[in-house]
Design a protein around this ligand. Sequence first.
Ligand SMILES: NC(=O)c1ccc[n+]([C@@H]2O[C@H](COP(=O)([O-])OP(=O)(O)OC[C@H]3O[C@@H](n4cnc5c(N)ncnc54)[C@H](OP(=O)(O)O)[C@@H]3O)[C@@H](O)[C@H]2O)c1
Length: 291
Amino acid sequence: MFETCTARLALFYMSCGMRLYVSGGNSGIGKETAVALALRGARVIIACRDEEKARKAVKEIKARSHSMNVLHMEVDLANMRSIREFCKTFLQKEKRLDILINNAGVPSVLDWTDDNFSMCFGVNHLGHFLLTNLLLLRLKESSPSRVLNLTCSSYKYQKLDFKDLNYNLFPFFTYCRSKLANIYFTQELARMMEGKGVTAYAIHPGYVQSSWTCHYSILYRIFAQVVMFMFFISCEAGAQAVVYCAVSDEVLPHSGGYFADCRPAPLRAFARDSGVAKKLWEASERLVKLA
Ligand SMILES: NC(=O)c1ccc[n+]([C@@H]2O[C@H](COP(=O)([O-])OP(=O)(O)OC[C@H]3O[C@@H](n4cnc5c(N)ncnc54)[C@H](OP(=O)(O)O)[C@@H]3O)[C@@H](O)[C@H]2O)c1
């Protein structure tokens, strides 16, 4: 996969002055994406919840990309107030937003956000849903612009239950549902933005040796590290899929689509249901008090 993506990416550079925002850019796939896009000349803003980790990451991204145009802003996606404050500051400070990368995510954990949403659904879907909506005007003003949502091929193991969107029973299933929500969100966003110069893509980056195991007990962590070492790709390789959707014009006809391995990939029929996508959008609007 790394070779395929790298070959396809070799020709693409960003025009100077492109501005992009990456959530969760302090580690894993997000950090590698930030490095790759800063190298291509973009102004990169990583949004993180931990000031110290963010500073360290900015220093590293600057050093590796030889770009000084990298900064961080604070946001906790598990807290709706923090997201609203972040967006207010962002809109005051940044006059352009060309690419929004909704990368941050929590793996299979059973926990609750500050607003009493299940952690996976709250951070992975609702947090990014609210943030994207609050920045949508800036994306439209900066068109052509793109929204990239990191999802996972494990979306296929679950369906959404509208009677219990906050499902928080089996950790892996909560994660799968949140990643399915990312796909529906991408489809509905693309539909709503048709003709408005904003396109959206859902990306499965592959199975990646990132830092998601830090959420688990020491025993599980050791087991997972061994599995990751044997079967998973590096963060740099995982980021290629994201960078491809950020910079390649080949993706433009596929707005709303699901990408894996740097190409449009088929989805299970239930994940292509536009009625469900619309219903989730409306439910999410109510939950984050947007409407
Ligand atoms: N790794 C894989 O195999 C894989 C496979 C498919 C899809 N994905 C998706 O790829 C994306 C990136 O994951 P990764 O593997 O790079 O994981 P990672 O290394 O654990 O990075 C996750 C990032 O999200 C941030 N984050 C978590 N909760 C947050 C919150 N409440 N507010 C703000 N930031 C928050 C983390 O910040 P902290 O450092 O502060 O925790 C971290 O920067 C995720 O959406 C994941 O679902 C990953």
